[in-house]
Design a protein around this ligand. Structure first.
Ligand code: 13P
Length: 252
């Protein structure tokens, strides 16, 4: 049994209005309360504008709260952006950074992602650093190379297991209903942990949670979460309904 506590994280992306957000977060918080000492931790990451609504809905529960992004700078003239200190101030403990949709939509490089992760960590947040290969990269046999170089480039020096979570999300598996085989997922996760060890030391790498993301759902979660180096999930579509997300968590 691994010492790493399973983390079941929901990335709501750009979905939900306040009433739905309140109902979803409140419904999950209620289930967590009833479950009591669950063998997993649960995290929801709503759009920034809904963080206060969700913070209110989960207050008093064990549900944890995260953002989907933060700026790399502390504050200042960055219209439309959110600082890590603001994320923390709003009640979050986690910040997703470097999601492939941000790498694509906003041209974020490894260097940008690393700076965002460093700002999250400096403000007392745990950075959930996302990496993953595209389909073309997988087809070209470059999966390990790509993920290795994203770990090297996106994880701040001095990161620890306490302030860092890695999310392996093959870009081609996001929202497609397709996933790598369990052998492929385990191979990449073990590789990521080895690359992480080069960067932050074996001890910290052994304690760091590595989540799988990409079409995780109630039907495949059990097999994925049972893998030796899979320490939880980062879930998109299946995190938008109380019953689906709870079913994924219960597979842990
Ligand atoms: P889906 O679970 O919808 O494939 O999304 C995964 C994801 O991108 C989570 O960050």
């Amino acid at each position: 049994m691994s010492a790493r506590r399973t983390l079941i994280a929901g990335n709501w992306k750009m979905n939900m209005l306040s009433a739905d957000a309140k109902a979803l977060a409140g419904g999950l918080a209620e289930k967590l309360n009833v479950a009591g000492d669950a063998n997993f931790e649960m995290l929801v990451c709503p759009p920034a504008i809904l963080i206060p609504v969700v913070a209110d809905a989960i207050s008093g529960s064990a549900m944890q709260l995260g953002s989907q992004d933060n700026h790399m700078n502390e504050k200042g003239a960055h219209t439309g952006d959110t600082a890590a200190a603001q994320v923390k101030d709003a009640g979050c403990g986690y910040a997703i950074v470097g999601h492939s949709e941000r790498r694509t939509d906003h041209g974020e490089s490894d260097e940008t992602v690393k700076a965002k992760a460093a700002s999250a960590q400096a403000n007392g947040l745990t950075a959930v650093i996302c990496i993953g290969e595209t389909e073309a990269e997988r087809d070209a046999g470059k999966t390990l190379d790509v993920n290795g170089s994203q770990i090297a480039g996106s994880v701040p020096d001095g990161s620890t297991a306490a302030n860092t979570v890695i999310a392996y999300e093959p870009v081609w598996a996001i929202g497609t209903g397709r996933t790598p085989t369990t052998d492929e997922v385990q191979e990449v996760h073990a590789f990521i942990r080895a690359e992480l060890a080069k960067k932050i030391g074996q001890d910290e790498a052994d304690k760091t949670r590595i989540l799988y993301g990409g079409s995780m759902n109630p039907g495949n979660a059990k097999d994925l979460l049972a893998l030796a180096d899979v320490d939880g999930g980062l879930i998109g579509g299946a995190s938008l309904k109380v019953d689906d997300f709870w079913a994924v968590a219960e597979s842990a």
